[in-house]
Design a protein around this ligand. Sequence first.
Ligand code: AMP
Ligand code: ZN
Length: 461
Amino acid sequence: MELKLYDTYTRTMRDFEPMDPVAVRMYTCGPTVYNYAHIGNLRTYIFEDILRRTLEFNGYAVNHVMNITDVGHLTSDADSGEDKMEKGSARTGKTAWEIAEIYTQAFKEDMQRLNILEPSIWCKATDHIAEQIALIRCIEDNGYTYRTDDGLYFDTSKQPSYGYMARLNLEGLQAGARIEMGDKRNSTDFALWKFSPKEKQRQMEWDSPWGVGFPGWHIECSAMSAKYLGSFFDIHCGGEDHISVHHSNEIAQTEACYGTHLANFWMHGYFLQLDDAKMAKSSGDFLRVQTLIDRGTDPLAYRMFCLSSHYRSKLNFTWDGLDGAATALNRLRAAVYEWGASGGVPDPSFIEHFTAQVNDDLNMPRAMAVVWELVRCDLPAAVRKATILAFDRVLGLRLAEWRPAEEEVPDAVMNLVQQRTLARKEKRWKDADALRIQVTAAGYEIEDKADGVRVRRRNNA
Ligand code: AMP
Ligand code: ZN
C-alpha cells in the first residue's frame, strides 16, 4: 500500500519511495543536552518514532541517525547570548562535559520510558569537530562566508534559494530585525564558527583555521548527516520551530557545499502547548517525564495522549487530557490481556484499514479509531490479539507486556509451580521440566528470579 507523507519543502503530500531500496536513510535533530527534555520536546520524538515504526511496518529497513547537541547552541537563535552548555554548567556547578553526559543519559532514559526506539547511530557534535571544520572550509572555498570580530558567518544574501523551505520573506526580516544583528551583514546570516571570547576561557573550544573557538549550532547536522547518510538522503525531521532557522540554515550549508537541499522529505512535528503557550525548556520550570511519574502517571499514557492528535496540528496539554488517555490506555490493555495468547493470524481487513490510516501521513487519530473498532468487533480473541500486536509495532504501547497489577493464579497452577520448585531443589531436572510444561499448558508462565519464581498468565504466545 502506498505511503504518503507531507513534505514541508514542497508543501505537498507525496508518495514515499526510498532512494536506496536497502534502507531508508533518516536524520532527526536530537536534543541539546543542557537540561532534561520537556514533554513538548518528547512529543516531537514520539512523532519521529511513529514515522520510523511506520516505515518499518511497511517493510523498510531504516538507517536512523540522531545527533546530540553538546556544544554551540546559543540561548538566542540569532547567534547571540551564552552557549546553552556553558550556561547549564554555571547552573549546576558541573563541567559542560559532565552535564552533557548526565542529560544525554536522562534523555535516553526518557526515550525508553516512552518506548521510543533508539536510532541506529547516535552522534555527538563534540565528536565531529574535524568534519564540521572540513564542511565550513568547503563553504568558505565556495565563497559564502565572511569574518567578523566574533566568528565566521554564512552570508545568506549570496544564496538566492536561502529560506525557500520556510518561504521566508527576507526583505521583511531584514527590515524588522536590527537589534540582535551585531556585525552580521544580514539578519538571517548565521555563525559557522564562533571565536572563544577573549575575556573568558571556555570549557569547550578547539583550534581551527579561523582561530580558537567552537562550531555554530547548525553546522553539526549538515556535517554529521553527510558523514552517516550522504549529502542527499530520504527524510529529515524536527520540530516546527526548526523550519525557519535551524533547518533553513542546515539546507543553506549543505547547498553551499554539496548543491543539494539535504533531504528528499522534510517533516516537522507541531508543538505541544501548555495553556496555549510554548513550552520552553530554558524557562527552568517545565514538565518532564519524571513529573508525570511522580504524580503516578504511566509515561505510556503520555504516548497515548500524543496519538490522539495528528503530528501536524498543535496539541494542547491538559492534565484532564492526560488522565483521559491513561484511562483509555488501561481499557485497551485490559481488553488485549483478556484476549489471552495470540495463536491466530492478524485479520487482513483490519490490517488494511489500519495501514491505510498510518500510511496517510501518519493519521494516528484515525488509526486509533481502527484500534477501538477492533476492540468492539466479534472476531475470535486469538485473531484480535494477533491483529493488535501487529498494530502495536507502530503504536509502541507495549501491549504484549502489560499485566494486571494483582493477578490471581489458580491454586492448581500454584501447586504445579511449588512441585517444580521442589523438583529443582532436589535436582530432578526432568520432573522440573515436565512440570513447567504443564504450567505452560495451563496458560501460565514461570520466570525464575534471584529471589524466587514469578508466575503469570501468558499474554503473548
Ligand atoms: P532542543 O533540545 O531544544 O534542541 O529541542 C529538541 C526538539 O524538540 C526539537 O526538534 C524541537 O523542535 C522540539 N520542540 C521544542 N519545543 C517543543 C514543543 N513545545 N513541542 C514539540 N516539540 C518541541
Ligand atoms: Zn539539526
